[in-house]
Design a binder for this molecule. Structure first.
Ligand SMILES: [Zn+2]
Length: 242
């Protein structure tokens, strides 16, 4: 184990109120690709960049194209939690971790057993009719084709925050509360360039800010510890997850 890993392990052992803040990199080890990652296939299939397709305006104006992208690039009903998800659930069960804050919308933290998960960008597991408010599961959506439609005729909207839409203020407040009361903040799988990630970590007041990432991030200079590598491998090894 390298020095950075040993330091991280020691801090986690000492931790009583750890908060984890995660981005897309946490889910890539569960084979959920970051939709922002540009691949050749994507360019052949879609005439617009993902940030355009996943905007509120686009969702309203071109729902068929929106849901074609959404179904192909955002829904992974068979994905399973990886070692990072399991390690965090274990730390919470042991009373060491108080919250997971995530930018991911795949529900994998809950699937791993985490209870306190603050989903900044919502979840594909929740869907609501825009006309009557009826709730639909991901399975319901998967059974439908094209634009998911309620029995009342209304369009069903995934409970995910699209570009141009504001974050849920209640969840944001909770995230700020948890971060500002944390004795250790672990940030993983995010390059910390996308709002609000970069701003949220500024609420941390302690001296155990850890960044775990495969590459350097925009905020490496403010970290107390940087661990480079795959987050599942790092947290899995430290927490004894196979
Ligand atoms: Zn309805």
């Amino acid at each position: 184990m390298g020095t950075a890993m040993e330091q991280l392990k020691q801090w986690i052992e000492e931790g009583k109120r750890i908060v984890f803040f995660g981005g897309a990199g946490v889910s890539t080890e569960s084979n959920i690709p970051d939709f922002r990652s540009v691949d050749g296939l994507y360019h052949q299939q879609y005439a617009y960049p993902p940030e355009t397709i996943l905007s509120h305006t686009f969702y309203i104006r071109k729902p068929e194209e929106f849901f074609r992208f959404y179904r192909n690039k955002m829904l992974f009903p068979d994905a399973q939690p990886n070692r990072a998800h399991k390690a965090l659930a274990k730390l919470e069960a042991e009373g060491k971790l108080s919250a997971v804050i995530t930018q991911n919308i795949d529900g994998l933290h809950q699937k791993a057993g985490s209870k306190k998960v603050l989903e900044l960008h919502g979840s594909v597991l929740r869907n609501y009719c825009e006309r009557c408010g009826e709730f639909y599961t991901l399975e319901d959506i998967m059974k439908m084709e094209g634009i998911p439609t309620c029995h009342c005729g209304g369009r069903i909207k995934p409970d995910v925050v699209l570009y141009e839409e504001g974050l849920d203020q209640g969840i944001l407040r909770e995230a700020i509360y948890e971060i500002s009361h944390a004795d250790m903040l672990i940030v993983g799988g995010t390059s910390l360039v996308v709002y609000p990630a970069a701003g949220l970590i500024d609420y941390y007041k302690g001296n155990k800010l850890v960044l775990i990432n495969k590459d350097t991030t925009a905020r490496d200079s403010v970290a107390d510890l940087i661990v480079t590598g795959k987050i599942g491998e790092i947290l899995g090894t430290i927490c004894g997850i196979e």
